[in-house]
Design a binder for this molecule. Structure first.
Ligand SMILES: [Zn+2]
Length: 286
């Protein structure tokens, strides 16, 4: 596979393109018949740049797109791919319909001083909704590579979808796993997140591509799972629902723990999720 400057090889058949200024991982998986682009960047301009880089790799080969979740850096580049099939969880679709524009306003505002040009592009990005919602799981035959799109339950958001590639021993995890920074808790379900990572680890992947940062192995995911489990125990102790435990060490600064606590309260108040969740890792990697 020839590669343009922006692509980095993850393993055979998988390339990684890193966004800027937000370092989101956009991943290209190339089968013999169909290619899959997982996440589209933050703005229309970034999406168009990605589209050009994809075209260099694929020529005229058919492309389908996946959004792992509704955060702007993973799906506001969709307008560059509006003629493609765009898969996402049903929760991703409804979240974008409900709060896409308010998220856009807040995100653009947060960059206004630091990077006004990016803020303007972010604020002007047309929000193109996914057109192929996934209830629980969708299986795609890319030609020589199977891709299983799975809704994983509450974690980084209430609608995270991962792409499992059993033939390549790889999971594309979206922001359920983050390498370049601590797990982002703002829309999270901190009491459930570690369990979701347990389901991901039960697949026994060799490689996990996080939503941000370098490709990792299962040991890294297990460490992040432990950190999230510690944060959950701390929250339960603070809320009088479990033994009090010391504040978990980094990667969680005090402000993040405050966010975790607020989200844990919300999670307890809304009760168990009624959304379907893929439970069975019946096709764990060989
Ligand atoms: Zn996110």
């Amino acid at each position: 596979m020839t590669t343009s400057r922006r692509w980095q090889a993850v393993t055979d058949g998988i390339l990684r393109w890193v966004g800027s200024p937000v370092d989101v991982n956009c991943i290209l998986v190339r089968g013999d018949r169909l290619a899959l682009l997982v996440d589209t960047g933050s703005t229309r301009e970034e999406g168009m740049e990605l589209r050009r880089a994809v075209a260099v790799e694929l020529g005229r080969q058919e492309l389908a797109v996946v959004n792992t979740h509704a955060h702007y850096d993973h799906c506001f580049g969709n307008s560059a791919f509006s003629e493609s099939t765009i898969y996402a969880s049903e929760g991703c679709l409804t979240t974008l319909q409900r709060s896409g524009t308010s998220q856009q306003r807040e995100a653009a505002e947060s960059f206004r001083e630091e990077d006004p040009e990016f803020a303007a592009r972010l604020g002007a990005a047309p929000i193109v909704l996914p057109n192929r919602p996934v209830d629980q799981e969708a299986r795609l035959d890319l030609g020589g590579i199977e891709a299983h799109l799975r809704v994983m339950g509450r974690g980084h958001t209430d609608h995270d979808l991962v792409v499992v590639l059993p033939d390549l021993g790889t999971v594309l995890a979206g922001d359920l796993v983050e390498e370049s920074g601590p797990p982002a808790l703002e829309d999270s379900y901190p009491l459930s997140w570690a369990r979701v990572l347990g389901r991901l680890l039960a697949l026994a992947p060799k490689l996990v591509v996080p939503g941000h940062g370098r490709v990792v192995g299962p040991e890294f995911v297990a460490r992040q799972q432990e950190q999230l489990a510690q944060a959950a125990s701390w929250c339960l102790g603070e809320l009088g629902m479990g033994p009090r435990v010391p504040q978990p060490p980094m990667p969680f600064p005090p402000a993040a723990l405050g966010t975790a606590l607020d989200r844990a309260k919300l999670e307890l108040s809304i009760g168990p999720s009624s959304a379907p969740v893929h439970q069975a890792p019946e096709d764990a990697f060989p």
